[in-house]
Design a protein around this ligand. Sequence first.
Ligand code: FE2
Length: 178
Amino acid sequence: MREQILELLPEITKIKEAELQDKVIACWAEAIAFRNWNNQELRSIPFTLLANNIQIHLIEHIRTCCKMAVACDKVLDESYGFRKTPVNRDYLIAGSLLADIGKLLEYDKTKDGKIFKSDYGKHIRHPFSGVGVAFKHGIPSEVMHVIAVHSKEGIEEKRSPEAIIFHHVDFIDFELVK
Ligand SMILES: [Fe+2]
């Protein structure tokens, strides 16, 4: 399972702290097992069900947002150096890779592989289920915060620097394809 997850999301290896890497992998293993998603299904889950004819898949979206988040952080580093608002790069990467993990619980599949929003998902949107999975695996609260506030649920919240970066790159990707 570990190898399968690292192949799916090689960005996990960019997390410097080994323990956090392991926790992120454990979260993915649990979310995959929840509905027994196989590799092919995982790669075919659309990025969102909020728009029609989406050609971009969830795993691609997650990887792209993670890369965009790190790219933003690097530009800010290069531009402002010590004057930059501090960002924890490990938390930013872990948060980016876990923000949508709850979609593996929110969505379900028919026997012929069609993806739909489950009743479970109608009650518990993915930021909530994502935090639930993360909590179980000891993910730091700073990273759970990124998951919790990344979407519309976080509008009224004061987002951390990591959450601000992730929220914006996520919405760049979402608004360009919806
Ligand atoms: Fe999301």
